[in-house]
Design a protein around this ligand. Structure first.
Ligand code: ADP
Ligand code: MG
Length: 391
């Protein structure tokens, strides 16, 4: 689960990490008032669930409340496209108005899960404010990492080593040690999978400050924090994803043209791999889980069909807990309801498979059943090629 920069900064601030003075606004008038409060000269920051806003025009220094208001009007009306949003961008619904800070130096600091070592890892660099991936690729020696032992935790001497590696000295170095330890506390106590400050800055007056903040909560721990659901900004999510979560379906948007309905995450991964191997491009994957009902399958099918990129549908279900005839009923019901004419290939196996196949073949839909996963994947790819050729 992602939250906005201003929400992440509220958390950091509660843990004693200095952030610029700011106010979040929902209208252009509020932006103007907030700018006045800051004394006119301030930074206007579009709040979207993506970084790279600065270069995309979503973070700007203004000198007048009126200028802030005009910029806000422009930002509220459009989607912001950054390298992290995809081509359609994300709608701006909230704007953070912040005091303009005189920056002397910018650093990068984050803590995240390293799946390889099953540990949290701290990443820091004196080259902050820019694409950290670029720094890592071109000048890996400028990235400092520290694997955090889950038993010992993060010790002050380790934090100090990082602060020194960033070139900090004296009291700013000690401020940085406290900041790193506090950030680690946020990471653990708030169940985060990522806390990132980019840039962490030293101001011209010599203060350490988090100028940007990104926090991702671990979805599996959201139930432990009652306040998290209220922090969610649904305008930043794909409407199909919201719909899918209502029915407890896992939906992931991808950029191809084959809609995939699968039961189980492992089978989903294998399905995507095999489709790719056959030259197909998945448009999404929708995991209906183990014991889905007929209604759930029908909802899943409808969600896939609402994705405008989908030109064909691939269903790969193993009927263990779920019976194949129930799946067939769900597909037929949903396809009839939304008048689906797209090519469908179904690979089913397990309980009641013959009955499921019979129901599908007698349904009048543009559907084929594959004998096995490889065969079925090839069929949907070929059906799509053939229908492309028709156009
Ligand atoms: P993003 O990472 O999405 O581009 P940031 O919040 O990091 O957005 O802002 C981009 C840049 O704008 C920062 O690297 C920093 O140099 C500058 N900046 C951001 N907030 C302020 C502020 N309050 N005062 C002065 N400069 C700022
Ligand atoms: Mg940033």
């Amino acid at each position: 689960m992602n939250i906005h920069e201003y929400q992440a900064k509220e958390i950091l601030s509660a843990y004693g990490i200095p952030v610029p003075r700011g106010r979040v606004a929902l209208t252009a008038d509020q932006v103007e008032r907030a700018a006045k409060e800051m004394g006119g000269r301030c930074v206007v920051k579009a709040q979207i669930h993506a970084g790279g806003r600065g270069k995309a025009g979503g973070v700007k220094l203004v000198f007048h409340p009126e200028e802030a208001q005009n910029l806000a009007k422009e930002l509220f009306g459009r989607s912001l496209v950054t390298p992290q949003t995809g081509p359609q961008g994300l709608r701006v619904r909230r704007i953070l108005v912040e005091e303009a800070v005189e920056i002397a130096r910018e650093f990068y600091l984050s803590m995240t899960l390293d799946r390889g070592s099953s540990r949290y890892i701290l990443i820091a660099s004196a080259e902050g404010g820019v694409e950290i991936e670029e720094v890592a690729a071109k000048t890996p020696e400028k990235i400092h990492t520290l694997s955090i032992d889950p038993l010992i935790g993060l010790r002050p001497y380790q934090a100090r080593k990082i602060a020194l590696a960033l070139g900090l000295t004296g009291s700013v170095c000690e401020d940085c040690v406290s900041l790193i330890l506090n950030l680690h506390k946020v990471l653990l106590e708030k169940d985060c999978s990522l806390v990132e400050i980019n840039p962490l800055v030293v101001t011209k007056a010599g203060w350490l400050m988090a100028m940007d903040a990104k926090i991702t909560f671990d979805d599996n721990a959201v139930f432990r924090h009652r306040e998290y659901p209220d922090m969610m900004d649904y305008s930043q999510l794909d409407p199909l994803e919201i719909n899918a979560s209502k029915y407890d379906l896992a939906y992931i948007k991808l950029d191809g043209n084959i809609g995939c309905m699968v039961n189980g995450a492992g089978l989903a991964m294998a399905t995507l791999d095999v489709l790719k191997e056959c030259g197909g491009e998945p448009a999404n994957f929708l995991d209906v889980g183990g014991g889905a009902t007929r209604e759930k399958v029908a909802e899943a099918f409808k969600i896939i069909l609402q994705d405008g990129d989908v030109k064909g549908i691939f269903v790969n279900i193993f009927g263990g807990i779920m019976r194949c005839d129930i799946i067939a009923h769900g597909i037929i019901e949903a396809a009839a309801e939304v008048k689906c004419t797209l090519p469908i290939v179904v690979r089913m196996d397990g309980s009641q498979v013959e009955e499921g196949k019979r129901l599908l073949s007698e349904s009048g839909l543009n559907v084929q059943c594959g004998d096995n996963l490889g065969d079925a994947a090839q069929r949907i790819v070929q059906m799509l090629k053939a229908s492309n050729g028709d156009n």
